[in-house]
Write a protein that binds this ligand. Structure first.
Ligand code: AHM
Ligand code: MG
Length: 418
């Protein structure tokens, strides 16, 4: 296999979105085949909203019985397990993804396996503690943040199908020089919630993948500055253009959850065979759930409407004597995975010291909101749908409220006065 050198682009503060970047009028898939493969690509925004929130969920529900029956037929799963690889092949056969995209997703699964192994052995392989550097957000990087970023980047580069990658741990998007074809744009947080690592608590990876935009062709880039601008334009696409999104939870088990736009599927890593095995077909977030997951230490710095919302959840008289339960790991992947399974709401609101909260739009809020909607839930800033936000910077932050549809709507009844 050919080697794939990456060019670290020249540093240019303006391109980080100090002023909003001009955006192309629309993003057009490069080939008709891709158009067919990605059902939402030619749809209007309204249609895409419908696809994400309702229609796709309905389609998933319609198809669900066959997947569920396949799962129940498995009994002793090892007899006829659906692995991530066989599932990917099936998606390709169905025309939901193309073979190039299957290679990209497969490389992400490989990165997740490697990171799971590193996380599991961190305490005995000198991988706990700080790396001694800060990332672009001014956060102290853990050793595993750095190693996980390298693993993710290398896996994506080695596919020859990824054109641009953007990571929480890299200041600028990176253009991968040698690609055979595909040029998919992948955004990721290689190890989210890494402050938990040294205590052996859940952490995770988050990722999203986009088609490249024709208007920002890498082929037209004659110099480093143009290349950098093209990279940023390619990366700064709204979540409603995502072609896939997912996360991998490193916890009591390693669980890869993803969607390519036709429902949400979860795969648990079987360490005995080194394969992700289908464990959660057609995941649906419960419509409601009495669990809230917020860092309440920030309460005094929140807006009055968010305070009023939280107070209402804790009022026993309002909920038949049993108020909501509070659960907060402090690792988005863990808190979100529980919300997907049990229902409820995860929130990271803006605060007086951080008006847009803490979480990053491109590689945290948008991919998780895509999954939430694909599973019948919602992702909101409290003011608008997360997937409709046009990013203006690679590391842009937005408030996030995500989870069960009825719970997010209830939150919005305070923040939007609905
Ligand atoms: P990170 O990307 O630097 O790890 O930060 C994101 C994490 C989320 O996983 C988690 O929900 C949140 O930060 C916790 O923040 P806080 O400690 O302020 O509650
Ligand atoms: Mg993160």
């Amino acid at each position: 296999m050919a080697s794939h050198a990456a060019v670290d682009l020249p540093q240019k503060a303006a391109c980080l979105g100090a002023s909003p970047l001009p955006r192309p009028a629309r993003f057009v898939p490069r080939r008709a085949a891709r158009k067919a493969a990605c059902s939402a690509s030619g749809a209007s925004r309204t249609q895409k909203a419908a696809v994400s929130s309702g229609v796709a969920a309905k389609a998933a529900a319609t198809e669900a019985p066959s997947a569920n029956s396949a799962a129940s037929d498995q009994g002793d799963y090892s007899a006829c397990a659906t692995t991530f690889t066989t599932w990917l092949i099936k998606q390709e056969q169905l025309g939901i993804i193309d073979s190039e995209f299957a290679v990209v997703l497969s490389s992400i699964a490989l990165a997740c396996k490697q990171i799971a192994s590193l996380v599991g052995r961190a305490g005995i392989s000198n991988l706990t503690g700080l790396a001694g550097e800060e990332n672009v957000q001014g956060e102290a990087q853990k050793k595993l943040d750095v190693v996980s970023n390298t693993v993710f980047s290398n896996c994506l580069r080695s596919t020859g199908r990824t054109g641009i990658i953007a990571s929480e741990e890299e200041e600028f998007p990176v253009f991968v020089e040698e690609t055979y074809s595909g040029n998919y744009v992948v955004v990721f947080d290689p190890l989210d919630g890494s402050s938990n690592i040294d205590a052996g608590i859940s952490v995770g990876s988050i990722f999203g993948a986009y088609l490249p935009s024709e208007e920002c062709s890498m082929e037209d880039a004659e110099d480093g500055e143009t290349l950098l601008n093209n990279c940023v334009l390619n990366v700064c696409q709204p979540g409603n253009m995502l072609k896939a999104a997912g996360y991998c939870l490193y916890s009591t088990s390693t669980v890869l959850v993803l969607s390519v736009g036709n429902g949400v599927f979860g795969f648990t890593l079987d360490p005995l065979i080194g394969e992700f095995v289908m464990s959660h077909p057609y995941m649906q977030v419960p419509e409601s759930g009495k669990i809230y997951s917020f860092n309440e230490g920030n309460y005094d710095m929140w807006d009055d409407d968010v305070k009023a919302y939280i107070n209402s959840l804790k009022d026993p008289d309002k909920w038949g004597g049993k108020p909501y339960s509070s659960r907060y790991i402090g690792a988005l992947v863990g808190d979100f995975h529980r919300t997907m399974l049990y229902g409820g709401i995860y929130g990271y609101p803006g605060a007086t010291n951080a008006p847009n909260g803490k979480l990053r739009l491109l590689y945290e809020c948008a991919p998780m909101s895509f999954l939430a909607e694909q599973a019948g839930g919602m992702g909101s800033t409290g003011k608008e749908r997360v997937l409709d936000i046009d990013p203006t910077a690679v590391h842009q932050r937005v408030p996030l409220f995500i989870g069960s549809k009825k719970e997010v709507e209830y939150l919005e009844s305070f923040t939007m006065g609905k």
